[in-house]
Design a protein around this ligand. Structure first.
Ligand code: MG
Length: 458
Protein backbone atom coordinates (compact mmCIF):
# COMPACT_ATOMS: atom_id res chain seq x y z
CA UNK A 1 0.00 0.00 0.00
CA UNK A 2 1.41 3.37 -0.97
CA UNK A 3 1.08 6.75 0.68
CA UNK A 4 -1.73 7.88 -1.57
CA UNK A 5 -2.81 4.81 -3.51
CA UNK A 6 -5.04 2.33 -1.69
CA UNK A 7 -6.13 -1.16 -2.80
CA UNK A 8 -7.52 0.32 -6.00
CA UNK A 9 -6.54 3.90 -6.78
CA UNK A 10 -6.66 7.13 -4.81
CA UNK A 11 -9.77 7.86 -2.71
CA UNK A 12 -10.88 10.73 -0.51
CA UNK A 13 -13.79 12.87 0.64
CA UNK A 14 -14.45 15.58 -1.94
CA UNK A 15 -13.03 18.97 -0.83
CA UNK A 16 -11.85 17.50 2.48
CA UNK A 17 -9.11 14.96 1.87
CA UNK A 18 -9.52 15.04 -1.91
CA UNK A 19 -8.86 18.77 -2.34
CA UNK A 20 -8.32 20.59 -5.65
CA UNK A 21 -4.71 21.36 -4.60
CA UNK A 22 -3.99 17.68 -3.98
CA UNK A 23 -5.67 16.61 -7.22
CA UNK A 24 -3.64 19.14 -9.22
CA UNK A 25 -0.29 18.00 -7.81
CA UNK A 26 -1.32 14.37 -8.25
CA UNK A 27 -2.34 14.90 -11.87
CA UNK A 28 0.95 16.70 -12.58
CA UNK A 29 2.68 13.61 -11.18
CA UNK A 30 0.51 11.24 -13.21
CA UNK A 31 1.05 13.33 -16.37
CA UNK A 32 4.82 13.24 -15.77
CA UNK A 33 4.65 9.46 -15.30
CA UNK A 34 3.28 9.09 -18.84
CA UNK A 35 5.60 9.97 -21.74
CA UNK A 36 5.39 13.40 -23.33
CA UNK A 37 2.86 13.20 -26.15
CA UNK A 38 1.20 10.09 -24.68
CA UNK A 39 -2.50 9.60 -25.49
CA UNK A 40 -4.52 9.41 -22.27
CA UNK A 41 -8.26 8.72 -22.11
CA UNK A 42 -10.19 10.29 -19.20
CA UNK A 43 -13.63 9.25 -17.96
CA UNK A 44 -15.85 9.72 -14.92
CA UNK A 45 -18.84 8.27 -13.12
CA UNK A 46 -21.81 10.22 -11.71
CA UNK A 47 -20.26 11.04 -8.32
CA UNK A 48 -20.23 14.46 -6.67
CA UNK A 49 -17.07 16.40 -7.45
CA UNK A 50 -16.53 14.38 -10.65
CA UNK A 51 -16.49 17.37 -12.98
CA UNK A 52 -14.31 19.44 -10.64
CA UNK A 53 -11.75 16.64 -10.33
CA UNK A 54 -11.86 15.74 -14.01
CA UNK A 55 -11.25 19.36 -15.07
CA UNK A 56 -8.25 19.67 -12.76
CA UNK A 57 -6.87 16.30 -13.85
CA UNK A 58 -7.14 17.33 -17.49
CA UNK A 59 -5.36 20.63 -16.71
CA UNK A 60 -2.54 18.79 -14.95
CA UNK A 61 -2.15 16.28 -17.78
CA UNK A 62 -2.07 19.01 -20.45
CA UNK A 63 0.54 20.94 -18.46
CA UNK A 64 2.84 17.91 -18.49
CA UNK A 65 2.57 17.57 -22.26
CA UNK A 66 0.14 14.66 -22.44
CA UNK A 67 -2.59 14.47 -25.12
CA UNK A 68 -5.98 14.19 -23.46
CA UNK A 69 -9.05 12.40 -24.83
CA UNK A 70 -12.35 12.94 -23.02
CA UNK A 71 -14.60 9.86 -22.73
CA UNK A 72 -17.19 11.70 -20.62
CA UNK A 73 -19.52 9.58 -18.48
CA UNK A 74 -18.61 5.93 -18.85
CA UNK A 75 -18.32 2.75 -16.75
CA UNK A 76 -14.72 1.87 -15.96
CA UNK A 77 -14.82 -1.44 -17.91
CA UNK A 78 -15.91 0.53 -21.01
CA UNK A 79 -13.05 3.00 -20.53
CA UNK A 80 -10.60 0.16 -19.97
CA UNK A 81 -11.74 -1.69 -23.08
CA UNK A 82 -11.33 1.47 -25.19
CA UNK A 83 -7.86 2.14 -23.78
CA UNK A 84 -6.76 -1.38 -24.73
CA UNK A 85 -8.44 -1.50 -28.13
CA UNK A 86 -8.03 2.16 -29.11
CA UNK A 87 -4.25 2.24 -28.87
CA UNK A 88 -4.12 4.61 -25.90
CA UNK A 89 -1.05 4.87 -23.68
CA UNK A 90 -3.22 4.90 -20.59
CA UNK A 91 -6.24 6.39 -18.93
CA UNK A 92 -7.72 7.92 -15.83
CA UNK A 93 -11.09 7.17 -14.27
CA UNK A 94 -12.60 9.64 -11.83
CA UNK A 95 -14.48 7.40 -9.38
CA UNK A 96 -14.55 6.08 -5.84
CA UNK A 97 -16.12 2.81 -7.03
CA UNK A 98 -18.33 1.41 -4.21
CA UNK A 99 -17.43 3.95 -1.48
CA UNK A 100 -20.10 6.12 0.21
CA UNK A 101 -21.40 9.21 -1.68
CA UNK A 102 -19.02 11.77 -0.15
CA UNK A 103 -16.03 10.00 -1.67
CA UNK A 104 -14.45 10.37 -5.07
CA UNK A 105 -11.11 9.28 -6.44
CA UNK A 106 -8.67 8.62 -9.25
CA UNK A 107 -7.81 5.29 -10.86
CA UNK A 108 -4.82 5.24 -13.22
CA UNK A 109 -4.95 2.71 -16.06
CA UNK A 110 -2.12 1.34 -18.19
CA UNK A 111 -2.07 0.73 -21.98
CA UNK A 112 -3.33 -2.86 -21.46
CA UNK A 113 -6.51 -1.49 -19.86
CA UNK A 114 -5.56 -2.77 -16.38
CA UNK A 115 -5.08 -0.43 -13.42
CA UNK A 116 -1.34 0.25 -13.18
CA UNK A 117 0.70 -2.14 -10.99
CA UNK A 118 2.11 -1.23 -7.55
CA UNK A 119 5.57 -0.32 -8.92
CA UNK A 120 4.05 2.31 -11.20
CA UNK A 121 2.02 3.73 -8.30
CA UNK A 122 5.27 4.04 -6.34
CA UNK A 123 6.87 5.86 -9.29
CA UNK A 124 3.98 8.35 -9.37
CA UNK A 125 4.24 8.88 -5.60
CA UNK A 126 7.98 9.55 -5.92
CA UNK A 127 7.35 12.12 -8.65
CA UNK A 128 4.69 13.74 -6.43
CA UNK A 129 6.79 13.82 -3.26
CA UNK A 130 9.93 15.10 -5.01
CA UNK A 131 7.99 17.56 -7.21
CA UNK A 132 9.66 16.10 -10.29
CA UNK A 133 6.95 17.38 -12.63
CA UNK A 134 7.66 17.62 -16.35
CA UNK A 135 7.02 21.16 -17.59
CA UNK A 136 7.50 21.39 -21.34
CA UNK A 137 7.84 24.87 -22.89
CA UNK A 138 4.76 26.84 -23.92
CA UNK A 139 5.15 25.87 -27.58
CA UNK A 140 4.38 22.25 -26.62
CA UNK A 141 1.21 23.07 -24.68
CA UNK A 142 -1.01 23.69 -27.67
CA UNK A 143 -3.30 20.69 -28.06
CA UNK A 144 -7.00 20.78 -27.25
CA UNK A 145 -8.87 18.07 -25.38
CA UNK A 146 -10.13 15.60 -27.97
CA UNK A 147 -13.74 14.50 -27.66
CA UNK A 148 -13.99 10.69 -27.41
CA UNK A 149 -17.49 10.02 -26.15
CA UNK A 150 -17.85 6.75 -28.04
CA UNK A 151 -16.65 4.28 -25.41
CA UNK A 152 -20.13 3.23 -24.32
CA UNK A 153 -21.15 2.16 -27.85
CA UNK A 154 -17.85 0.40 -28.48
CA UNK A 155 -18.11 -1.46 -25.19
CA UNK A 156 -21.75 -2.54 -25.61
CA UNK A 157 -21.00 -3.93 -29.09
CA UNK A 158 -17.89 -5.77 -27.93
CA UNK A 159 -19.79 -7.45 -25.08
CA UNK A 160 -22.72 -8.48 -27.28
CA UNK A 161 -20.33 -9.99 -29.85
CA UNK A 162 -18.90 -12.43 -27.29
CA UNK A 163 -22.17 -14.15 -26.43
CA UNK A 164 -24.82 -16.11 -28.33
CA UNK A 165 -27.47 -13.49 -29.04
CA UNK A 166 -29.81 -15.94 -30.70
CA UNK A 167 -30.04 -18.34 -27.78
CA UNK A 168 -30.47 -15.49 -25.30
CA UNK A 169 -33.13 -13.60 -27.26
CA UNK A 170 -35.21 -16.77 -27.77
CA UNK A 171 -35.49 -17.22 -24.00
CA UNK A 172 -37.73 -14.15 -23.65
CA UNK A 173 -36.05 -12.95 -20.47
CA UNK A 174 -37.02 -9.97 -18.36
CA UNK A 175 -34.35 -8.66 -15.95
CA UNK A 176 -34.07 -5.95 -13.32
CA UNK A 177 -30.99 -3.74 -13.69
CA UNK A 178 -29.88 -1.48 -10.81
CA UNK A 179 -26.99 0.80 -11.85
CA UNK A 180 -27.21 2.71 -8.53
CA UNK A 181 -27.83 6.11 -10.16
CA UNK A 182 -24.52 6.04 -12.01
CA UNK A 183 -22.80 5.15 -15.26
CA UNK A 184 -23.84 1.50 -15.50
CA UNK A 185 -27.16 3.00 -16.67
CA UNK A 186 -25.46 3.98 -19.95
CA UNK A 187 -24.44 0.49 -20.99
CA UNK A 188 -25.97 -2.42 -19.06
CA UNK A 189 -29.61 -1.82 -20.14
CA UNK A 190 -28.40 -1.46 -23.74
CA UNK A 191 -26.50 -4.73 -23.56
CA UNK A 192 -29.71 -6.39 -22.35
CA UNK A 193 -31.79 -4.86 -25.16
CA UNK A 194 -29.28 -5.81 -27.85
CA UNK A 195 -29.50 -9.39 -26.55
CA UNK A 196 -33.28 -9.38 -26.88
CA UNK A 197 -33.77 -9.18 -23.12
CA UNK A 198 -36.29 -6.78 -21.59
CA UNK A 199 -34.59 -4.58 -18.96
CA UNK A 200 -36.52 -3.00 -16.09
CA UNK A 201 -34.15 -0.31 -14.91
CA UNK A 202 -34.37 1.00 -11.36
CA UNK A 203 -32.14 3.76 -9.95
CA UNK A 204 -31.35 4.49 -13.59
CA UNK A 205 -31.00 8.28 -13.47
CA UNK A 206 -27.75 9.98 -12.40
CA UNK A 207 -27.84 11.20 -8.83
CA UNK A 208 -24.60 12.00 -6.95
CA UNK A 209 -26.38 11.70 -3.58
CA UNK A 210 -27.23 8.03 -4.21
CA UNK A 211 -30.67 8.46 -2.58
CA UNK A 212 -31.81 4.90 -3.33
CA UNK A 213 -29.05 2.89 -1.73
CA UNK A 214 -25.39 2.76 -0.75
CA UNK A 215 -23.22 2.32 -3.88
CA UNK A 216 -21.81 -0.99 -2.67
CA UNK A 217 -24.02 -3.90 -3.81
CA UNK A 218 -24.51 -6.25 -0.85
CA UNK A 219 -27.47 -8.21 0.59
CA UNK A 220 -28.01 -5.32 3.06
CA UNK A 221 -28.08 -2.55 0.42
CA UNK A 222 -30.10 -4.54 -2.15
CA UNK A 223 -33.21 -5.28 -0.09
CA UNK A 224 -35.51 -3.10 -2.25
CA UNK A 225 -33.88 -4.15 -5.50
CA UNK A 226 -34.29 -7.82 -4.56
CA UNK A 227 -37.97 -7.25 -3.72
CA UNK A 228 -38.53 -5.71 -7.15
CA UNK A 229 -36.90 -8.68 -8.92
CA UNK A 230 -39.56 -10.89 -7.36
CA UNK A 231 -42.45 -8.47 -7.89
CA UNK A 232 -41.66 -7.90 -11.57
CA UNK A 233 -41.28 -11.62 -12.15
CA UNK A 234 -37.79 -11.06 -13.55
CA UNK A 235 -35.52 -14.03 -14.25
CA UNK A 236 -32.73 -12.23 -12.36
CA UNK A 237 -31.52 -8.88 -11.09
CA UNK A 238 -28.12 -7.29 -11.76
CA UNK A 239 -26.87 -4.61 -9.37
CA UNK A 240 -23.74 -2.51 -9.93
CA UNK A 241 -21.48 -0.30 -7.89
CA UNK A 242 -20.93 3.31 -9.03
CA UNK A 243 -18.31 2.59 -11.73
CA UNK A 244 -20.05 -0.62 -12.85
CA UNK A 245 -17.11 -2.99 -12.76
CA UNK A 246 -18.92 -5.07 -10.15
CA UNK A 247 -22.21 -6.82 -10.64
CA UNK A 248 -24.08 -8.73 -7.95
CA UNK A 249 -26.72 -11.19 -9.15
CA UNK A 250 -30.14 -11.52 -7.49
CA UNK A 251 -31.96 -14.76 -8.30
CA UNK A 252 -35.61 -14.95 -9.38
CA UNK A 253 -36.68 -15.50 -5.75
CA UNK A 254 -35.03 -12.27 -4.66
CA UNK A 255 -32.03 -13.91 -3.01
CA UNK A 256 -28.86 -11.82 -3.32
CA UNK A 257 -26.04 -14.15 -4.36
CA UNK A 258 -22.41 -13.47 -3.48
CA UNK A 259 -19.95 -13.02 -6.34
CA UNK A 260 -17.89 -16.13 -5.60
CA UNK A 261 -20.96 -18.33 -6.01
CA UNK A 262 -21.92 -16.58 -9.25
CA UNK A 263 -18.33 -16.86 -10.49
CA UNK A 264 -18.25 -20.57 -9.67
CA UNK A 265 -21.35 -21.13 -11.82
CA UNK A 266 -19.88 -19.05 -14.65
CA UNK A 267 -16.49 -20.78 -14.50
CA UNK A 268 -18.17 -24.22 -14.66
CA UNK A 269 -20.30 -23.04 -17.56
CA UNK A 270 -17.35 -21.59 -19.49
CA UNK A 271 -15.42 -24.81 -19.10
CA UNK A 272 -18.16 -27.42 -19.51
CA UNK A 273 -20.74 -26.01 -21.90
CA UNK A 274 -18.67 -23.42 -23.73
CA UNK A 275 -15.66 -25.75 -23.89
CA UNK A 276 -13.19 -22.98 -23.15
CA UNK A 277 -9.56 -24.02 -22.85
CA UNK A 278 -8.65 -22.25 -19.58
CA UNK A 279 -7.93 -24.52 -16.60
CA UNK A 280 -7.06 -21.97 -13.91
CA UNK A 281 -9.24 -19.51 -12.04
CA UNK A 282 -7.71 -16.65 -10.07
CA UNK A 283 -9.38 -15.38 -6.94
CA UNK A 284 -8.64 -13.83 -3.56
CA UNK A 285 -8.34 -15.90 -0.38
CA UNK A 286 -11.59 -14.29 0.76
CA UNK A 287 -13.54 -16.41 -1.73
CA UNK A 288 -15.33 -19.55 -0.58
CA UNK A 289 -13.78 -23.02 -0.79
CA UNK A 290 -16.96 -23.93 -2.71
CA UNK A 291 -15.03 -22.58 -5.72
CA UNK A 292 -12.32 -25.22 -5.43
CA UNK A 293 -14.70 -28.09 -4.62
CA UNK A 294 -17.03 -27.29 -7.53
CA UNK A 295 -14.31 -26.77 -10.14
CA UNK A 296 -11.95 -29.64 -9.28
CA UNK A 297 -14.08 -32.29 -11.06
CA UNK A 298 -13.85 -30.18 -14.24
CA UNK A 299 -10.06 -30.19 -14.13
CA UNK A 300 -9.95 -26.53 -13.14
CA UNK A 301 -7.61 -25.45 -10.36
CA UNK A 302 -7.78 -22.33 -8.19
CA UNK A 303 -4.89 -19.89 -7.78
CA UNK A 304 -5.42 -18.27 -4.36
CA UNK A 305 -4.25 -14.67 -4.22
CA UNK A 306 -4.06 -11.68 -1.91
CA UNK A 307 -7.19 -9.57 -1.63
CA UNK A 308 -7.20 -6.89 -4.39
CA UNK A 309 -8.39 -7.19 -7.96
CA UNK A 310 -5.46 -5.32 -9.54
CA UNK A 311 -2.92 -7.96 -8.50
CA UNK A 312 -5.32 -10.69 -9.64
CA UNK A 313 -5.61 -9.05 -13.08
CA UNK A 314 -1.85 -8.64 -13.58
CA UNK A 315 -1.12 -12.19 -12.44
CA UNK A 316 -3.88 -13.70 -14.59
CA UNK A 317 -2.54 -11.95 -17.68
CA UNK A 318 0.72 -13.90 -17.33
CA UNK A 319 -1.15 -17.21 -17.65
CA UNK A 320 -2.43 -18.19 -21.11
CA UNK A 321 -4.37 -21.02 -19.42
CA UNK A 322 -6.46 -18.63 -17.29
CA UNK A 323 -10.19 -19.33 -17.49
CA UNK A 324 -11.38 -16.33 -15.45
CA UNK A 325 -10.69 -14.29 -12.34
CA UNK A 326 -12.98 -12.86 -9.69
CA UNK A 327 -13.67 -11.51 -6.22
CA UNK A 328 -16.52 -12.46 -3.91
CA UNK A 329 -17.75 -8.84 -4.01
CA UNK A 330 -19.03 -9.20 -7.59
CA UNK A 331 -15.96 -8.36 -9.67
CA UNK A 332 -15.62 -10.94 -12.48
CA UNK A 333 -12.92 -10.92 -15.19
CA UNK A 334 -13.30 -12.70 -18.50
CA UNK A 335 -9.96 -12.83 -20.39
CA UNK A 336 -11.35 -13.09 -23.97
CA UNK A 337 -12.86 -9.63 -23.39
CA UNK A 338 -10.37 -8.05 -20.99
CA UNK A 339 -8.36 -8.75 -17.84
CA UNK A 340 -10.42 -6.47 -15.62
CA UNK A 341 -13.65 -6.62 -13.64
CA UNK A 342 -16.40 -6.22 -16.14
CA UNK A 343 -20.00 -5.85 -14.92
CA UNK A 344 -21.70 -5.72 -18.34
CA UNK A 345 -19.77 -8.70 -19.71
CA UNK A 346 -20.61 -10.69 -16.59
CA UNK A 347 -24.35 -10.07 -17.03
CA UNK A 348 -24.19 -11.13 -20.69
CA UNK A 349 -22.40 -14.39 -19.85
CA UNK A 350 -24.84 -15.08 -17.03
CA UNK A 351 -27.83 -14.61 -19.36
CA UNK A 352 -26.28 -16.92 -21.94
CA UNK A 353 -25.75 -19.53 -19.23
CA UNK A 354 -29.40 -19.31 -18.12
CA UNK A 355 -30.65 -19.51 -21.70
CA UNK A 356 -28.47 -22.40 -22.76
CA UNK A 357 -28.95 -24.45 -19.60
CA UNK A 358 -32.68 -23.61 -19.60
CA UNK A 359 -32.42 -23.13 -15.85
CA UNK A 360 -33.65 -20.63 -13.33
CA UNK A 361 -30.81 -19.00 -11.38
CA UNK A 362 -31.97 -20.53 -8.05
CA UNK A 363 -31.74 -24.05 -9.54
CA UNK A 364 -28.09 -23.43 -10.43
CA UNK A 365 -27.15 -21.81 -7.13
CA UNK A 366 -28.93 -24.58 -5.19
CA UNK A 367 -26.59 -27.15 -6.74
CA UNK A 368 -23.67 -25.54 -4.93
CA UNK A 369 -23.10 -26.70 -1.34
CA UNK A 370 -24.87 -24.53 1.20
CA UNK A 371 -22.60 -23.39 3.99
CA UNK A 372 -23.22 -21.37 7.12
CA UNK A 373 -21.42 -18.03 6.68
CA UNK A 374 -19.96 -15.76 9.37
CA UNK A 375 -18.13 -12.46 8.68
CA UNK A 376 -16.62 -10.56 11.62
CA UNK A 377 -14.22 -7.74 12.23
CA UNK A 378 -12.26 -6.81 15.34
CA UNK A 379 -10.77 -3.36 15.83
CA UNK A 380 -7.06 -3.79 16.56
CA UNK A 381 -3.65 -2.50 15.48
CA UNK A 382 -1.99 -4.26 12.57
CA UNK A 383 0.79 -5.55 14.81
CA UNK A 384 -1.70 -7.33 17.07
CA UNK A 385 -3.72 -8.57 14.11
CA UNK A 386 -0.56 -10.19 12.74
CA UNK A 387 0.01 -11.83 16.12
CA UNK A 388 -3.48 -13.33 15.96
CA UNK A 389 -2.65 -14.70 12.50
CA UNK A 390 0.52 -16.34 13.86
CA UNK A 391 -1.35 -17.91 16.78
CA UNK A 392 -4.04 -19.27 14.43
CA UNK A 393 -1.35 -20.77 12.17
CA UNK A 394 0.19 -22.53 15.16
CA UNK A 395 -3.10 -23.78 16.61
CA UNK A 396 -4.33 -25.18 13.26
CA UNK A 397 -0.95 -26.40 12.00
CA UNK A 398 -2.31 -29.85 11.19
CA UNK A 399 -4.88 -28.47 8.74
CA UNK A 400 -4.29 -27.24 5.19
CA UNK A 401 -3.32 -23.54 5.20
CA UNK A 402 -3.03 -20.81 2.56
CA UNK A 403 -0.87 -17.94 3.78
CA UNK A 404 -0.68 -15.40 0.93
CA UNK A 405 -2.77 -12.88 2.92
CA UNK A 406 -3.27 -13.60 6.62
CA UNK A 407 -4.09 -17.29 7.04
CA UNK A 408 -6.82 -19.35 5.45
CA UNK A 409 -7.43 -22.65 7.26
CA UNK A 410 -9.21 -25.44 5.40
CA UNK A 411 -10.52 -28.27 7.54
CA UNK A 412 -13.16 -30.95 7.13
CA UNK A 413 -16.53 -29.29 6.58
CA UNK A 414 -15.25 -25.76 7.18
CA UNK A 415 -12.80 -23.05 6.18
CA UNK A 416 -11.95 -19.68 7.62
CA UNK A 417 -9.76 -16.70 6.80
CA UNK A 418 -8.12 -14.46 9.39
CA UNK A 419 -6.35 -11.40 7.96
CA UNK A 420 -5.42 -7.84 8.89
CA UNK A 421 -7.29 -5.26 6.79
CA UNK A 422 -5.14 -3.54 4.15
CA UNK A 423 -6.67 -0.13 4.80
CA UNK A 424 -7.90 0.06 8.41
CA UNK A 425 -6.77 -1.08 11.89
CA UNK A 426 -8.98 -4.17 11.71
CA UNK A 427 -8.71 -7.92 11.88
CA UNK A 428 -11.15 -9.49 9.44
CA UNK A 429 -12.54 -12.99 9.85
CA UNK A 430 -14.54 -14.90 7.24
CA UNK A 431 -15.80 -18.36 7.96
CA UNK A 432 -17.94 -20.97 6.27
CA UNK A 433 -18.99 -24.23 7.89
CA UNK A 434 -21.44 -27.05 7.20
CA UNK A 435 -23.35 -26.36 10.40
CA UNK A 436 -24.08 -23.42 12.65
CA UNK A 437 -22.67 -25.40 15.59
CA UNK A 438 -19.32 -25.91 13.88
CA UNK A 439 -19.21 -22.23 12.89
CA UNK A 440 -19.86 -21.15 16.47
CA UNK A 441 -17.25 -23.53 17.85
CA UNK A 442 -14.59 -22.12 15.49
CA UNK A 443 -15.55 -18.49 16.11
CA UNK A 444 -15.19 -19.15 19.86
CA UNK A 445 -11.66 -20.48 19.28
CA UNK A 446 -10.72 -17.44 17.14
CA UNK A 447 -12.25 -15.02 19.65
CA UNK A 448 -10.30 -16.77 22.40
CA UNK A 449 -7.08 -16.01 20.52
CA UNK A 450 -8.19 -12.41 19.83
CA UNK A 451 -8.92 -11.98 23.56
CA UNK A 452 -5.49 -13.32 24.58
CA UNK A 453 -3.64 -11.04 22.13
CA UNK A 454 -5.80 -8.03 23.10
CA UNK A 455 -4.93 -8.64 26.74
CA UNK A 456 -1.16 -8.72 26.07
CA UNK A 457 0.90 -5.58 26.70
CA UNK A 458 2.53 -4.11 23.61
MG1 MG B 1 -16.00 -0.56 -8.75
Amino acid sequence: MGRFFGTDGIRGVVNETLTPEFVLRMSLAIGSFFDEGAKVLVGRDARAGGEMIKSIVIGGLLSSGVRVYDAGYTPIPALQYCIKEGGFDGGIMITASHNPPEYNGIKVIGPDGIEIPRESENTIEDIYLNTRFRTPGWRSIVSDVIDYKICNEIYVDSVVKLVDREVISKAGFRVVIDPVNSVGALTTPRIAMKLGVQPIVINGTFNPYFPSRNPEPTPETLVTTAKLVREYGAVAGFAHDADADRVIVIDENGIVQWGDRTATLLASYLRRERGEKGVKVFTAVSSSMVVEDALRPLGVSVVWMKVGSVDIAHEMKKHPDALCGFEENGGFMYPPHQYVRDGGMTMALFLEMLARLRSKPSELYDRLPKLFVVKKKYRMEREKALNVVEKVKEMFKHERQITVDGVKVIGKGYWFLVRPSGTEPLLRVMLEAESEGKAKELIDVIEGIVGTIEGEKQ
